[in-house]
Structure formats: C-alpha cells, structure tokens
Design a protein around this ligand. Structure first.
Ligand code: FES
Ligand code: FES
Length: 164
C-alpha cells in the first residue's frame, strides 16, 4: 500500500515518518516509534488502554488515523514525567492503584489531562474523567484515590503536613 509522509511531535521530539493511509496512531506509536508504554486492549475505542494526549486532549489512539494527527503534539506515558516520575505515577504506586498495570498508562494520561484542565477536580469529576478507561483489577477506588492525592489542594495539604 502507498505510504504518505507526515510529521508528529511525540513527547517533545519531532518525527518525520511514512505511514499507510489506514494506519492508526496507536500502531505508529508502538510499532514504528517503539513507544510501547501505550497499550492495545480492545482496539475498538471501548477500554481506554490506548489513551494518549493529542494536542493536550485525551484520545483513544486506536481510533485515530495517524494522518489525522499530522502536525500534532502527542504525549504518551513515556513523556508524562520526563526524567523523573510524575506525581501521578508516584501516587499510583503509593496508593496501590496498579495491579496488572495494563490500564495504567491510559489512566495516567487521562488523569494528567484532567488535572491540567482542572487542578482541583472533585471525586465525581475524577470518576467522570476516567469513565472511558476500564480496569479489570483494582475496583477503581484506589485509582480515584491516587488521582485525588494529586489535586492542588491535596498536594498542598500533604506538604503542609510534612512541614509541621
Ligand atoms: S485499545 Fe483503544 S480503546 Fe481499547
Ligand atoms: S490494574 Fe489491571 S486492568 Fe487496571
């Protein structure tokens, strides 16, 4: 099949690549760029395991044609924290919000988008934001708790607790 040139900025790095017209963003990230942190669950837009940020908004990358993302900025789980773990990643570990871990990259990228838009979401806001991300292991409570621990108010309260 004919391939078409495109440009992506992924986690701050520019990639000029050739893609097939029917190739989805998930496959480009995992197979061509070898960024395998983003997972493929259902491949049908139903589980959220493949969530990445496209121009800062969470999308199911299994449903986005790579060419639709031409010229866009993509953030995957590999780019969430930079060289150090992001507070969300630390919180997921501390709160036991990871079991098999398959949903975790998608959960964390979704949570990052939420907190970037609203630094103090309520528990209901968090549940609504992750409604498209399925977890078969944790029962969600610890995930909501982990995200809630990263709101501005919670981080401030825990810092004040440490300073006392
Ligand atoms: S793999 Fe994309 S939503 Fe399930
Ligand atoms: S930790 Fe296993 S699916 Fe969420």
């Amino acid at each position: 099949m004919k391939t078409i040139p495109m440009h992506l900025n992924v986690n701050g790095e520019d990639y000029h690549i050739m893609v097939k017209p029917n190739q989805v963003l998930l496959d480009v990230l995992r197979d061509d760029l070898e960024l395998t942190g983003t997972k493929e669950g259902c491949g049908l837009g139903k589980c959220g395991a493949c969530t990445v940020l496209l121009d800062k908004r969470p999308v199911h990358s299994c449903l986005v044609l790579a060419l639709q993302a031409d010229g866009c900025e993509i953030t995957t789980i590999e780019g969430i924290g930079g060289k150090q773990l992001h507070p969300l990643q630390e919180s997921f570990v501390e709160k036991g919000a990871i079991q098999c871990g398959f949903c975790t990259p998608g959960m964390i990228t979704t949570a990052k988008a939420l907190l970037d838009e609203n630094p103090n979401p309520s528990e209901e806001d968090i549940k609504l934001a992750i409604a498209g991300n399925l977890c078969r292991c944790t029962g969600y409570h610890k995930i909501v708790d982990a995200i809630h621990s990263c709101t501005c108010e919670s981080l401030k309260a825990s810092k004040e607790g440490r300073d006392d």
